[in-house]
Design a protein around this ligand. Structure first.
Ligand SMILES: Nc1ncnc2c1ncn2[C@@H]1O[C@H](COP(=O)(O)OP(=O)(O)OP(=O)(O)O)[C@@H](O)[C@H]1O
Ligand SMILES: [Mg+2]
Length: 321
């Protein structure tokens, strides 16, 4: 286990290198995917068409070296297309379970907001419970189990926005923006690299070991105070109809631990919390209609929380310090 710890920065570098072969973009996005992997949690990539959401998600899931399925969400999709169903086997005259694509370690839910709410919730239930219920039978999903979903921003036509209760199940939402001009030029030079060339660098056991390591990262009491204060700030905010939930606080703390672990540290610093606050909290904030009309966004509210809520404790609150 300890050797894994010292190896994590190396593994992180390798993953950046591997993904960099097919995806050109800010390295903090790749780090955020790794945070979700370790925390552990599920991740939602949001961006307009053509910014390589699917490319990045596919490359990342390949690197994980786990069983993998992609579910392309469409308006005519049914929950059973995700979870599976009992099918009559005509030869033996009995019902057999045909497991759906959700029974894999890693699921890429592509364009998740193109399916109706009932179908989305089949996946989102699996995400929360790590199990699915098919006609009354509860079946466990593999461990690790991670969903990487993509969606177009909600203003686009032909989408069914994810309900608040469901968006809360994503540990992180990452906004995938346009590349810089330099990045875009580099992409045009290297466009013939295919995602199929990405090599796996992990496997299910390796991922579980990394998650155990993350779970042991030390959190000082002051850090918990800080997380609670940030969440409370969003709940009290006059422009928020719905602030960060207790699940959101837990997510922020877990993401901060994963961030520390990726850095090769065994304790959380206030900077870990700050670094992940927007990505873990902003998507869960529901603004008042007036605030929305003023074009205020969840991101702005979290920015305000970070500016106004002070962390009260030592900068390096390592164990025993
Ligand atoms: N930053 C980038 N790095 C590498 N390739 C890119 C980048 N941006 C766009 N591309 C290329 O653009 C094409 C579109 O990418 P992709 O299908 O992944 O986009 P998407 O965001 O999933 O789009 P949609 O919302 O329409 O599904 C791919 O061929 C991809 O290689
Ligand atoms: Mg896509």
């Amino acid at each position: 286990m300890n050797e894994l710890h010292t190896d994590l920065p190396t593994l992180r570098r390798q993953i950046h290198q591997e993904l960099g072969r097919v995806w050109i973009g800010p390295s903090r996005t790749i780090d955020a995917l790794l945070v979700a992997l370790l925390a552990p949690g599920h991740v939602l990539l949001e961006g307009v068409p053509g910014v390589a959401k699917t490319t990045l998600a596919r490359a990342f899931t390949t690197v994980l070296g786990c069983s993998f399925r992609r579910i392309q969400f469409t308006p005519d999709m049914l929950p059973a297309d995700i979870t599976g169903a009992y099918i009559m086997n005509l030869r033996d005259q009995e019902f057999v379970l045909r497991k759906g694509p959700v029974f894999s370690h890693v699921v890429l839910g592509d364009e998740i907001n193109r399916a109706p709410a009932k179908t989305q919730s089949a996946l989102l239930e699996a995400m929360q419970e790590q199990q699915v219920t098919i006609e009354g039978d509860t079946l466990p999903l593999p461990d690790p189990f991670m969903v990487v979903a993509t969606q177009n921003p909600l203003e686009q036509e032909g989408v069914y926005p994810l309900p608040e209760a469901q968006i809360d199940r994503f540990l992180l939402k990452l906004e995938i923006g346009y590349p810089t001009a330099a990045e875009e030029r580099r992409m045009l030079e290297t466009y013939d690299q295919s995602v199929a060339e990405v090599r796996p660098l992990l496997d299910p056991h390796g991922i579980l070991a990394l998650r155990r390591l993350t779970a042991r990262v030390h959190v000082a009491p002051e850090m918990r105070e800080y997380v609670v204060a940030l969440s409370e700030f969003t709940r009290r905010h006059a422009r928020a109809r719905l602030g960060a939930s207790p699940r959101a606080s837990l997510s922020l703390l877990r993401a901060a631990k994963a961030n520390a672990c990726l850095d090769g540290r065994d304790f959380v610093r206030p900077d870990d919390v700050r670094a992940l606050a927007v990505q873990t909290l902003a998507h869960r904030i529901v603004l008042t209609p007036e605030a929305e009309m003023d074009n205020l966004r969840g991101v702005d509210l979290i920015g305000e929380a970070l500016a106004k809520v002070n962390y009260r404790g030592p900068a390096d609150p390592s164990r025993g310090a």
